[in-house]
Design a protein around this ligand. Structure first.
Ligand SMILES: Cc1cc2nc3c(=O)[nH]c(=O)nc-3n(C[C@H](O)[C@H](O)[C@H](O)COP(=O)(O)OP(=O)(O)OC[C@H]3O[C@@H](n4cnc5c(N)ncnc54)[C@H](O)[C@@H]3O)c2cc1C
Ligand code: FES
Ligand code: FES
Length: 493
């Protein structure tokens, strides 16, 4: 069954659109079509949060409030959701508790960032299930830049109202809104547009596989946190879009004896606690992945399929020994994740083939995992280098090693020479630690770019080899890192 009209909920009614260009962003629709200009445009690349909106979806029988950056989210992605913007919060001339606290605590000066900050905090107001903490709110605001007020009064305001008991017009009519969203959840494949440009959102994996096999030149869009920038910054003339966000099969997380199966369309926010349960370092890298808006929209499949040499997931998943599953038409195949990345911008993916899921094994007995993200800023920054290690130890000797780096080559890549030097290495032989670290030079010839020089990358990668061995050999992690691993483990659990 095919539906040719996009449906989403807005201000208590259903918006129905049967004509829009597939590249239309939510921000352009709000500001240029609906004329809701409370949502601002700052960077138009998902970084500043001035355009933050809240997208509400039904998840496991409840309403989930997910922040998104309207500048890079595509209008078609709103299908089946409720869209809330800053204009919708005040009721009958009375400010929403989030707005009132920001005003009371003097959390706004020029006010340009304020609508976005209010929307990120509005999502947290509904999602925090216990009194929020300053650290949590700092994370919530990592994707909202304020250039003049300073964050202390904003965080103080958030501490006033994020107490686990949302009480506003939205919590009061939640049941009715949930029913309204349920009424939009049909099994029809959405296709808006026909012969020329189109926006399609298949409702099943089967429909997706068939459509993509017929239209292999179409652009797959999952969270659009990469594709959105190609539209707003590179002005890429993308005419045909297939969105995977409605496909239940690609949104599943399953746990079996052989590990986790994570569907390609699972968001980074949903994947974080699952992958973080393997090791707290993964949780920490994912906490620093983009911002809360980017993690709510961006997906595991998007991060792998884009083939970026500086994507954060790939090195960690390669070190863990993960497998990627691909599908083309009716044919499904699997390959070790490291074999998926062939060359810069080139992956082992045929026309019409898509990433279906990632299979992530548990840590084998005796294995220790470490991952380190090196970036210029702690929050919302792309890695200069990402190092991931899975070292198996028997007694006081390393018996097996899988080491992968991002940012050191045109693709995320295993460090085979380092691995070779690590195998059989006695943990107390510090001279051999240095030899293993020096092997980084045999594995990689990195580039210099805006993020780091080649020399810096080589040195930091070698230092991370030593750091991983030192930590696994028993060095107090308070000495080797800012964030204590034990505290990270407590937070992850
Ligand atoms: C502000 C900001 C901060 C960011 N910070 C980080 C960061 O810290 N670390 C990091 O690694 N990345 C970061 N990113 C990049 C981006 O968020 C991630 O790469 C994200 O995982 C992409 O997922 P997506 O679902 O949004 O992909 P999309 O943008 O929807 O798609 C990305 C690419 O993958 C393809 N694709 C998507 N799904 C599939 C599929 N199932 N099969 C085949 N192809 C598919 C698309 O066609 C496209 O080419 C950041 C981006 C922004 C805007
Ligand atoms: S305008 Fe900066 S994140 Fe959207
Ligand atoms: S109040 Fe001016 S940028 Fe935040």
């Amino acid at each position: 069954m095919i539906r040719n009209t996009l449906y989403f909920r807005r201000r208590g009614r259903t918006v129905r659109l049967d004509r829009f260009h597939p590249r239309t962003t939510v921000l352009d629709w709000l500001r240029l079509e609906e004329r809701s200009t409370g949502t601002k445009e700052g960077c138009a690349e998902g970084d500043c949060g001035a355009c933050a909106i809240v997208v509400v979806r039904e998840r496991q029988g409840r309403l989930a409030y997910e922040p998104a950056n309207a500048c890079i989210a595509l209008l078609g992605q709103m299908d089946g959701a409720e869209l809330i913007t800053v204009e919708d919060l005040a009721r009958a001339g009375e400010m929403h508790p989030v707005q009132a606290a920001i005003a009371d605590r003097h959390g706004s000066q020029c006010g340009f960032c304020t609508p976005g900050i209010v929307m990120s905090l509005f999502a947290h107001y509904h999602e925090c299930s216990w009194p929020s903490r300053r650290e949590t709110i700092n994370d919530v605001l990592a994707g909202n830049l304020c250039r003049c007020t300073g964050y202390r009064p904003i965080v103080d305001a958030a501490l006033d109202f994020c107490n686990g008991r949302a009480d506003d017009q939205f919590s009061r009519n939640a049941a009715e809104r949930l029913r309204a969203l349920g009424a939009l959840a049909d099994k029809a494949d959405l296709v808006v547009g026909e012969d020329g440009p189109f926006f399609a959102a298949p409702a099943s994996e089967q429909s997706f596989a068939q459509l993509y096999a017929l239209q292999p030149e179409a652009m797959i869009v999952a969270g659009a946190t990469d594709v959105g920038l190609r539209i707003t910054k590179a002005l890429a003339p993308i005419e045909k879009i297939i969105h995977v966000g409605r496909i239940g099969e690609l949104s599943e997380i399953k746990k079996a004896a052989e590990g986790f199966s994570i569907g390609a369309a699972v968001s980074l926010a949903r994947a974080a606690p699952v992958l973080g349960s393997i090791d707290p370092d993964i949780a920490e890298v994912l906490r620093r992945f983009g911002s809360i808006q980017v993690r709510a929209c961006g997906t595991v499949g998007g991060n792998i399929a884009n083939g970026s040499p500086i994507g954060d997931l790939a090195p960690m998943l390669i070190a863990l020994g993960s497998t990627v599953e691909l599908r083309c038409g009716e044919t499904i195949r699997r390959l070790p994740l490291e074999s998926f990345f062939l060359d810069y911008g080139k992956q082992d993916r045929k026309p019409g083939e898509f990433v279906r899921r990632l299979l992530v094994p548990p840590l084998p007995a005796g294995a220790h995992f470490r991952a380190y993200k090196i970036s210029k800023r702690a929050d919302e920054d792309i890695s200069a280098v990402l190092a991931a290690f899975r070292l198996t130890v028997d007694g006081d000797r390393i018996t097996d090693a899988r080491v992968a780096f991002g940012g050191m080559a045109g693709i995320p890549k295993r460090a085979k020479a380092v691995e070779e030097m690590l195998r059989g290495l006695p943990l107390d032989d510090t001279r051999r630690w240095s030899l293993a670290a020096a092997a980084v030079k045999s594995d990689f010839t990195p580039l210099s770019d805006l993020r780091a020089s080649a020399d810096y990358r080589t040195r930091v990668a070698a230092n991370l080899v030593v750091k991983a061995i030192a930590e696994i050999a028993g060095a107090n992690s308070n000495v080797t890192r800012i964030e204590d691993r034990k505290r990270l483990a407590d937070v992850a659990n």
